[in-house]
Design a protein around this ligand. Structure first.
Ligand code: PEP
Ligand code: MN
Length: 348
């Protein structure tokens, strides 16, 4: 249920509604809006009677929400959510670009690529430390050593760090390094992890599972919001279909559908989505044309030598071309994007 408060409702009226919800054994969630503040209720098994709230001062409406996801839904919050990471927005008019290697492989590798990306105007650096790999014999990531290298790259460049959290055991140490915690496709329905992420206040990048429906993705996000962490960014990264020509099938349909259902930002991972580097430009532009709020792209200085996902990684020069195209496309989509041009910080 969603309790809508009157315009400029008094704090004591808001708190009184929240108190009643808590006393009933449910959880109140304050949802600020441009016009009015609303209070979402979760934790109730059956239907709630609107009369329980309508008599409280400051309440104008009590709306039942019948979907299996509530807090992520546009029914509960009409305006787009903008997740701010150290001042840098994701979900705002400005397109957000996250880039970097699939895995952190050495201190030099991540620092070099970080400087190259920074000089292009990228604000977010990705790099896997704890890697959930399909084969136990594949490179599993440099783990804590990689987290230290990511911190070094952040200190050197100021880029915000996006790295994957694989399980609840390593969450505290990964959260200490990450500005955005990535939940990988293989973990989208790891409910213990989702609940733990609900308890912390760091933004979460939630990737769609390999064979997850849009509704399942939204319900996974709901776990995190239900825990009280409202800073969730959704990521379409391709799903498994019968088509063997590409690693996955990037489901661009998901973008307008999610945008209709949810207020959360949606970004696209074209690298895993198509799985081959020479398809990344096309799918990136298509994603933005479909309404995505940004991209997460794998970039490596020497893809042939990469320890994971080299075949789908762009070299920095190709990434630069992609960013220039994004700048051209942005205004058509009523967005802005400003890569760094000549004169920007030189490569080290
Ligand atoms: C990754 O980002 O490198 C990754 C493992 O992605 P996904 O979870 O989407 O497979
Ligand atoms: Mn990868």
């Amino acid at each position: 249920m969603l309790i809508v408060m009157k315009l400029r409702a008094e704090r004591e009226d808001i708190d009184r509604v929240k108190e009643r919800i808590s006393k009933l054994g449910f959880t109140p969630h304050e949802i600020p809006g441009e016009q009015r503040l609303a209070i979402g209720i979760t934790g109730n098994q059956g239907k709630l009677d609107p009369e329980m709230f309508l008599n409280l001062p400051g309440v104008v409406e009590a709306i039942p929400v019948s979907k299996p996801f509530k807090l992520v839904s546009r029914d509960v919050k009409a305006e787009n959510t903008v997740v701010r990471v150290d001042g840098e927005p994701i979900g705002a008019r400005e397109l957000a670009v996250i880039a970097g290697p699939c895995s952190v492989e050495s201190r030099q590798q991540i620092i070099d690529v970080a400087f190259a990306l920074k000089s292009q105007g990228v604000k977010f650096l990705r790099g896997g430390a704890y890697k959930p790999r399909t084969s136990p014999y594949s490179f599993q990531g440099l783990k804590d050593e990689a987290l230290q290298y990511l911190k070094d790259a952040k200190d050197a460049t100021g880029l915000r760090i996006v790295t994957e959290v694989k399980d609840t055991e390593t969450l505290p140490i990964v959260a200490e390094c990450a500005d955005i915690l990535q939940v990988g496709a293989r973990n989208m329905q790891n409910y213990s992890l989702l609940e733990a992420l609900g308890d912390i206040r760091k933004p979460v990048l939630l990737k769609r599972g390999l064979a997850a429906t849009i509704e399942e993705l939204l319900m996974a996000a709901e776990y995190i919001l239900n825990g009280g962490n409202y800073n969730v960014i959704l990521c379409e990264r391709g799903i498994r279909t019968f088509e063997p020509a590409t690693r996955n099938t990037l489901d661009l349909n998901a973008i307008p559908i999610i945008k209709k259902l949810s207020h959360l930002p949606v970004i696209v991972d074209p690298s895993h989505g198509i799985g081959v580097w020479d398809g990344v430009m096309a799918m990136s532009l298509a994603a933005i044309a479909a309404g995505a709020d940004g991209l997460i792209v794998e970039v490596h200085q020497d893809p042939a030598m990469a320890l994971s996902d080299g075949y789908q990684s762009l070299k920095p020069a190709k990434m630069k071309r992609l960013l220039d195209k994004l700048e051209q496309l942005a205004p058509i989509m009523d967005r802005t994007f400003t890569p760094a041009h000549a004169g920007a910080e030189a490569l080290p």
